[in-house]
Each structure stands twice: as C-alpha cells, then as structure tokens.
Design a protein around this ligand. Structure first.
Ligand code: URP
Ligand code: ZN
Ligand code: ZN
Ligand code: ZN
Length: 478
C-alpha cells in the first residue's frame, strides 16, 4: 500500500498537542513520528510516496458528526441533502464520519425502517457512516429488534418525548426501551421536550394569530425542555440505562443534567453550533426582501433557538468547558426555503424543523478556541474524539494513533473561512443558516481512510468510498 507522510504539523488530540509527522499506510495511521524519531516508521516515512506539508498547521483526527438526518421525511417533505450531497458537504468541512438516524415510523417494522436507510446510503457516501435507530413506536416487536440491531452495529436508539402522533413515545414506552438498553448495552438518545404541553401552547399561539416563525420558539419555552430532560433522567435512573440527551439548548435543562452527573448518574448531553451562536432575538428580527419576516423560518428547529438576554449561549459554552456537555454535533436537517420551509408560511407549526450545518461544525467550534472559550484540545475532543467513543467507534475514529483509520484533517489556524456567502457552501440548500459568518481557521486537507478527499480547494472524493460502520458498544458504559 502507498505511504503518505503528513509532515511538520502540530498534532492536536484531546489530551495534548505535539509536533509530529503522521505516517499513513494505506487506509490506516501507521505511526506518529516526533522530531528525531529513528524507529522503523521513520525509515518508511523517508520513502513515502506522497508528502503533505502541514508546517504551521494543526493536524487533527477527521471530525465525527454523530447527529445528522439525510433525506429525513419530516413535515410532509424530505430533508434536502441526500447521503451523496450531505456526506460530500461534510467532507468539505473536515467531517469524515457521520452517524445518521434510521427511522422506524409508527406502525412500521424497525428492521424495514433500517433496511430503507441502508438502501438510501449504500454506495452513495463520500465518507464513512453509521446509523442510530429512531424508534417510532416501542412495543414487543421493536424491543426484540433492539437486540438484533445491536448485533448489526446499531448500538444507540433515539426516542422522542416530542411530536405526538409522529415519533412520540410515552413514559411507559421510554421505560421499557431503557430497560432493554440496560440489558443489551445500547445507549438511549433522547429528544427531550414535553411535546404534549407544546402542542397546547402551539395551538394557543396560532389561535392568537401568532403565526410567524419566531412563535415556534416561544411556544417551546425552556420549561418544556427542562421538564422533559428531568423526566428522562429520572426514567434512566430507574433503569440504570445510559442516557444521551440530544440537541440541548436551554441552560436550565443542562443544569439539571449537570446535577445528575454530579450525583454520579451516567447521563450525557449534546449541543449544536446553532444553540451556541444564534438566538431567538435574531430570529425575531430576521427580515429579507424575498421572505419578509418569514426569513426566520431558516432557523426553525427543535429544540428551538433560545434568548440571548436570558444568557443560554454563554452558559452552553461554560458547560462545554466543565464537561457537562460532552459532544457538539450539528443535527444537520436541511430544508430549502422554497417549497419546504415555505410550507409553513402563515402557520409556523407547518415549517419543517431543522437547520443544515454538517459542513460548518469544525470551523464554528474553532471560533471557541479563537475566542478563548475552549482549548484547541477540547475542540478536538468535542468534535472528534468523544463522539467516536460515545458511539462505539473508539480506536477507529476520532483519534490519530497507530491502527486508527487514516481520517485526518490539516487545519490552518491562520486561514479564514466565509460561511454561507453567495451559496458557497456545498449542502443542498438554497440558503445558509450561517449567512455572513466570517471565521478564523480553514480546513486545508481532508483525508478519509487514507484517501485525500479535499485539498487546495478541490474535491477529490466520490460516492461509495464511504463504508457502513458496524459500531461497538459505547466506551461510556458502566
Ligand atoms: O429540528 C430538528 N431538530 N429537526 C431534526 C429532527 C430532530 O428532532 O432531531
Ligand atoms: Zn505499505
Ligand atoms: Zn430531535
Ligand atoms: Zn436530530
């Protein structure tokens, strides 16, 4: 197999940074060579067929986005990125692994939902991919299916306390799925919002004539997130199952999670760039010539954006530092304004929920390093290492170490990236949630299993290079 040497960079990992060359042999990392190294690897490095100069740059593991929704059917339409377009966009942004959510719709067999997801992704992905399984209905059959899926490398299951009539599970169903997860070693991922209460608040808002996108957020107040988070934690405590709360946005909900962690419970939280940077106030103020005050629809997602005046964003950054938030993923769920978001003009409850961002997470989180909110090591831990360990990919993804897959990003801290401007992104969307964001840092080179897929602003990937990942159990089980 050909050897590639990534030379002269600073290798950044979760526990430290060091000057080292990275030797890649075929699809895997062969060695990290410190200056002066005289091992066998150094001999191989001297004869490497290909050398990538990383002088002055960071060399980090390819990023792992463990929360995406390619082609998700939602609100009468489908998320606009296919596995082909979405994984290509991910690669552009330095993400070399996604874990997407296969969907069991209510009334459907879990295995059929999963098979449909394999059919969508197979042969189309530019980068490696795994699946979580959404359970749209917990019953005897789906509980049995959970055991079967674990043996097929699907070791995490998402449940919804929101969206009654669509994905919703009641407390008894949640409890039973958690008991099963405790027994088979899988992780329960929770969409924690009190959907029953929210449906009442939504109805009231619409009856008042509050139909603009902003009222999506105000009808899902923080109390509905905190209450559901608390309930999910209590149900997890009852069963002993590990719990991972997805897309957290309310500081009160994370405070509740942090308290449970302080008490020793095996519960984890994830947030997303949109909750760190964007706010309800900006959504209220959003206007455009084309869309008027419907412009705010581009930021309709659940959980919703939160008030900056209430200080949620700063608190989320703080929880990223304390470790109470373990992972940043994108919840990439893109919908175009035209014909998709537009479905909810005049009725915010009909706007398909979701923001596209699979391409931008690494750059956006790097701003946290530039702004002094997190260290560069924590940046790598949040975007690469912990998501891989959390979801059973440790050793293969999220680290640069001998034997790991050669998923590597050369990141230029002196570069700059303009996000969104003039549709310069690669996601299949007619707008950007990040229009106008100018950030420090730049993804220079991206390697996926030893193959350079992005270099010098050129794309060299191809559909089908990405393989399905049979994931193991979480490294955070106990
Ligand atoms: O608004 C969101 N988050 N859409 C994607 C589906 C989900 O609940 O994660
Ligand atoms: Zn070789
Ligand atoms: Zn969700
Ligand atoms: Zn999601």
């Amino acid at each position: 197999m050909p050897h590639t040497l990534i030379r002269g960079g600073t290798v950044v990992g979760p526990t430290g940074s060091t000057l080292a060359d990275v030797l890649v042999d075929g699809e895997q990392v062969a060695a990290l060579l410190r200056p002066g190294d005289t091992s066998l690897g150094a001999d191989l490095a001297a004869t490497a067929e290909r050398v990538i100069d990383a002088t002055g740059k960071y060399v980090i593991p390819g990023a792992v986005d463990c929360h995406t929704h390619m082609e998700l059917p939602f609100g009468g339409t489908n998320a606009s990125d296919t596995f082909e377009t979405g994984t290509r966009a991910a690669a552009w942004g330095g993400t070399t692994t996604i874990v997407d959510f296969a969907v069991q719709r209510t009334g459907e067999r879990v295995q059929d939902g999963l098979a449909a997801w394999h059919a969508k992704a197979d042969g189309r992905c530019a980068i490696d991919y795994g699946f979580h399984q959404i359970l749209g209905g917990v019953d005897d059959d789906s509980l049995k299916a959970m055991d079967e899926l674990v043996t097929e490398g699907i070791t995490s299951f998402k449940l919804f306390m929101a969206y009654p009539g669509v994905f919703y599970s009641d407390d008894g169903q949640i409890l039973r799925a958690m008991q099963k997860a405790r027994d088979n070693g899988s992780v329960i991922m929770m969409h924690a919002e009190n959907g029953i209460a929210i449906d009442v608040l939504v109805r009231e808002a619409l009856d008042r004539g509050d139909t603009a996108p902003y009222f999506h957020g105000t009808s899902r107040p923080w109390e509905t997130e905190e209450e559901a988070t608390h309930r999910a934690i209590m149900l997890a405590r009852l069963t002993g199952a590990p719990l991972y709360v997805v897309h957290m946005s309310a500081k009160q909900a994370v405070a509740t999670l942090a308290q449970a962690r302080d008490e020793g419970w095996n519960v984890f939280g994830e947030t997303c760039p949109q909750y760190l940077y964007l706010s309800l106030e900006e959504q209220l103020a959003a206007r455009s010539e084309e869309w008027g005050d419907f412009e705010g629809a581009k930021w309709v997602c659940s959980t919703p954006l939160r008030s900056r005046a209430e200080g949620h964003q700063d608190e989320l950054w703080r929880y990223l530092r304390t470790g109470d938030l373990s992972v940043v993923s994108t919840d990439h769920c893109p919908f175009c304004m035209k014909e998709q978001k537009e479905l909810g003009r005049g009725d915010f409850s009909k706007i398909p929920n979701g923001i596209g961002g699979v391409e931008h997470r690494l750059d956006l989180l790097y701003q946290g390093v530039v702004d002094g909110r997190i260290t560069r090591e924590r940046w790598v831990e949040l975007c690469c290492t912990t998501p891989a360990r959390m979801f059973g990919l440790d050793g293969r993804k999220g680290v640069l170490a001998p034997g790991a897959d050669a998923d590597v990003v050369v990141y230029d801290p002196a570069g700059r990236t303009s996000i969104g401007y003039g549709k310069t992104h690669h996601m299949n969307m007619d707008h950007s949630a990040w229009e106008g964001f100018e950030v420090a840092g730049h993804v220079d080179v991206v390697m996926s299993r030893g193959r350079v897929v992005v270099e010098d602003g050129m794309y060299h990937g191809s559909p089908g290079h990405g393989r399905f990942l049979r994931r193991g159990l979480s490294a955070y089980l106990r």
